[in-house]
Design a protein around this ligand. Structure first.
Ligand code: OAD
Length: 241
């Protein structure tokens, strides 16, 4: 579907030097990853609501159950591929002198599409980390370790669970980049989970042009300079290269 992109956005895109992109679950929807909200499919696994099985409290109570859920999620994700939005965003990293991709997604599809240095606010399901020494373990190539190879303690998904803090320094890095950018895209996020949803306002306050891509309006729509209503996989490739 052909979307209408303003002359102003085209000019901003052509002239931008510092670009920040914030993505959420919607950017992966066309790859087959279910979103958390909207679309009528409230995520429930084995009768346990998503925000219960994916919580810090459940991790304390029943780490094996949390692993079972994340093992299942990795199993589903393993066969999914990036869509045209992931690929176009990956191309943008070489298009602008300063480019930052910040994602709330834990699916690793941006990296699979070729994005480098992705700022992952909520972690990544393909990593485990030691509950004690925090050493990370890549599970994209090898199996999940039973215990930390370094100190022997238990490992957990390297993902931010409900009720947990963001990894130290990650949001601060993203906020600094938002404050410096001249063009900010907000793609496929319901923009209700903070602090991530605060990044476009930081960019806007610092003078950036902010553009949202989403089939639905969000609480951020009114602060955006441009709202493109549509699916990321269809809209993002039309924005330009
Ligand atoms: P949500 O599920 O809250 O929102 C998905 C957004 O994507 C909605 O605004 C949809 O309208 C939009 N959307 C759906 N299909 C789309 C498409 N094809 N193209 C573009 N947009 C589309 O997901 P997030 O905003 O990412 O946190 O949720 C934020 C956080 O809430 C997640 O990172 C997760 C969850 O709690 C943690 O797990 C810590």
């Amino acid at each position: 579907m052909q979307v209408s992109i303003s002359a102003e956005l085209r000019r901003r895109f052509a002239e931008a030097r510092r670009v920040l992109v914030l993505t959420g679950a919607g950017v992966s929807a066309e790859s087959g990853v279910p979103t958390f909200r909207g679309g009528g499919n409230t995520a429930v696994w084995k009768g346990i609501p998503f925000d219960v099985i994916s919580s810090g409290a459940m991790l304390e109570r029943n780490l094996p159950a949390v692993w079972e859920w994340f093992d299942y999620r990795r199993g589903v994700l393993a066969s999914l591929e990036p869509n045209p939005a992931h690929y176009q965003i990956a191309r943008w990293q070489d298009r602008f002198p300063d480019f930052t991709l910040v994602t709330q997604n834990v699916d690793g599809l941006h990296q699979k599409a070729g994005s480098r240095n992705v700022v992952e606010l909520h972690g990544n399901v393909w990593r485990a980390r030691c509950t004690v020494c925090r050493m990370g373990h890549d599970m994209s190539e090898s199996a999940r370790p039973d215990a930390c190879p370094s100190c022997g303690n238990s490992v957990r998904p390297d993902v931010v669970l409900f009720g947990e803090m963001l990894p130290p320094g990650v949001f601060e890095f993203a906020a600094n980049k938002a404050a410096e950018c001249d063009l900010c895209f907000v793609i496929g996020t319901s923009a209700i989970v903070y602090p991530a949803a605060g990044l476009p306002a930081i960019a806007k306050d610092a003078g950036a042009f902010v553009c949202e891509v989403n089939p639905e309006r969000t609480p951020l729509s009114s602060l955006c300079d441009e709202v493109i209503t549509g699916k990321a996989g269809e809209v993002v490739p039309q924005i330009g290269l």
